[in-house]
Design a protein around this ligand. Structure first.
Ligand SMILES: N[C@@H](CCC(=O)N[C@@H](CS)C(=O)NCC(=O)O)C(=O)O
Length: 230
């Protein structure tokens, strides 16, 4: 199996929150794979998938893109390894979380992180990132900077369901981690790798959960390369 992922100027700096979902899912299922780092402006390696975004996997000639579709593919094709969803009801709820996380976790987090990212990309990637994200936000990403405090407040409010869940149980998915945990983990791992603000400060329930997640699978998350700030 091959996993295509985005990297910074440093090929070992691979920080996509969506790719982290897939990496944790592959580890959960105990599947081995080869990592293929790609740049934002060079997606040749996975062109055959038809996808413009990562994660993408290629498994014995089968191409699958989109983190959710990959999770379902792994679940359906590797039935003998631990389940990512714990059955149909779990899959349904994980889909809800997947759909919730886009607008209510990733997006508010992106308002905080976006200006931090270009410094870690190649010059052409940084240019692409700035112009594509400017189109997305409707203004240059640096214009987010003066609103950091307000955006932080918005983010802290948005994640209250995560806080409340981890207050009541050890993992998002209950007693042990599963795909729902990987969805949330990917976002915090992204912030840990490239963010200049500690989003877990004061988080009595989320921070200890994140520490546990970092240690899983022989410290897969903890061992990830962190961006080196100037
Ligand atoms: N819904 C997709 C979203 C994936 C996505 O947005 N990936 C970003 C990296 S975090 C990407 O590949 N962006 C490429 C680009 O902006 O050109 C998924 O869950 O896989």
């Amino acid at each position: 199996m091959r996993l295509f992922e985005l990297c910074g100027e440093d090929k070992n700096l691979t920080f996509s929150p969506f790719v982290w979902r897939t990496k944790m899912a592959l580890a959960h299922k105990g599947l081995a794979y080869e990592k293929v780092p790609c740049n934002f402006t060079n997606k040749e390696a996975f062109a055959q998938s038809g996808s413009k975004t990562v994660p993408v996997i290629e498994d014995g000639g089968v191409w699958v893109s989109d983190s959710w579709d990959i999770a379902c593919y792994l679940e359906d094709n590797y039935k003998d390894s631990p389940s990512l969803f714990g059955g149909d009801a779990g899959r349904g709820l994980a889909l809800f979380l997947n759909n919730w996380a886009g607008p209510h976790l990733i997006l508010p987090m992106f308002h905080i992180l976006a200006p931090d990212i270009p410094q870690y990309l190649t010059t052409v990637d940084a240019e692409y990132f700035r112009s594509s994200r400017e189109k997305f936000f409707g203004h240059p990403i640096d214009e987010l900077l003066p609103h950091k405090e307000k955006n932080m407040e918005r983010f802290k409010k948005a994640i209250s369901p995560i806080r409340a869940t981890l207050k009541a149980q050890d993992f998002i998915s209950g007693n042990s981690p599963a795909y729902g945990d990987y969805i949330i983990f990917g976002a915090y791992q992204w912030a840990r790798q490239v963010g200049s603000i500690d989003l877990l400060e004061g988080e009595k329930y989320i921070a200890p959960w994140f520490e546990k997640m970092l240690d899983m699978y022989d410290g897969l998350g903890r061992g990830a390369k962190l961006a080196v700030r100037d």
